[in-house]
Design a protein around this ligand. Sequence first.
Ligand SMILES: NC(=O)c1ccc[n+]([C@@H]2O[C@H](COP(=O)([O-])OP(=O)(O)OC[C@H]3O[C@@H](n4cnc5c(N)ncnc54)[C@H](O)[C@@H]3O)[C@@H](O)[C@H]2O)c1
Length: 369
Amino acid sequence: MLLEPARKWRKFVDDKKNVFSQFELPLYISPKSFGLSSKDRLKPMAVLVTGGAGYIGAHVVRLLLQRGDVVVVVDDGLTGVSQNIAPLTPHVMNIADDDSVDKLEQIMLDQDVDAVIHLAARKQVGESVSRPAWYFRENIGGLANLLEAMNNAGVRNLVFSSSASVYGDAPAGLISEDFPTIPVSPYGETKLVGEWLISDCVRAQLLNAVSLRYFNVAGAELPQLGDPAVLNLIPMVFERLDQNKPPRIFGNEYSTDDGTCVRDFVHVGDLATAHILALDSLKCEGPAGHKIYNVGTGTGTSVKEIIDLIIEVSGTSLRAEVHAPRLGDPAYVTADPSKIKSELGWYATNNVTDIVKTAWQSHEFKRRS
Ligand SMILES: NC(=O)c1ccc[n+]([C@@H]2O[C@H](COP(=O)([O-])OP(=O)(O)OC[C@H]3O[C@@H](n4cnc5c(N)ncnc54)[C@H](O)[C@@H]3O)[C@@H](O)[C@H]2O)c1
């Protein structure tokens, strides 16, 4: 069933999309200035965003502020950039630290927090392989502390940043939420164990939760909000171009149309909207529960197609070179997004060209500044 408030918020975002994407847009815009009357949306909330200074977090914070919610950010600043959420100032703390339960509880009580969007996590797959215990301590320890603080402060609504990495090496075809979850890295395991922990808390403490399993996130809503990490295909290709080296394709004999791996790329602005819809669905739901949704477009794009687009958008004269396939790279990873569409009314509004163009603009911005 499509939730009515979700439908309205979706329409609000679609109608104002051209306004949202203007670089000059001040960070704080009252909903009224978009002509949105109070009956058109849910009551403003006080939302705690962990990891809010990060790449995805800054996009989520921006949308929350734009619609008039009160936003409180907790972030340790290790990979996030606090200027990206100015004029907000984050509470700087590591939520995996022993004293964070009390600190988080106090913040929630002081700010009268209604809901939490939990994005704070370490996210480097390779690093998680070499430091598994630290990944569990940071990602699971941090989540456990947060859940305890929420319980103590009586905060019942949670949106959790999960990942398609919970599926591991999924077979070809669209991946739906009921596919087997067999992560292949400690990072993916922390996301799956995080979902289990949330389910347990839902049963024990009447938590209401949504976990969003993101597919390949890329692009930027504003040039200054691009992904600073070089962990995914698009930033990795940009880095090669900066070094005046040809982009690399790892394997071109997979069983896909052009022989290169196929992935599902979702624009970070669309992903941020999914968090708003998830948040609002928590307020609409009666009994406690834990809903899990894929956030992807359902459209696969090959590595070669992405690199061709980057070559076109950047105007480089470099051409891709083919290397041996990497161990453990599945041929085809694409979301079945039908559940989030039918239940929350979410769908992607940006295509892969928008993703590459906005990622490139933000890369250029970073280089200039
Ligand atoms: N970017 C992707 O492609 C992607 C894909 C799937 C899932 N995710 C998940 O989305 C979330 C956000 O990712 P992102 O790309 O914005 O990463 P990011 O590194 O840019 O942002 C994460 C933020 O959380 C902070 N943080 C991390 N651990 C913390 C801790 N223990 N205490 C306090 N602050 C902490 C970091 O300093 C950073 O500011 C993460 O949970 C990540 O696992 C990201």
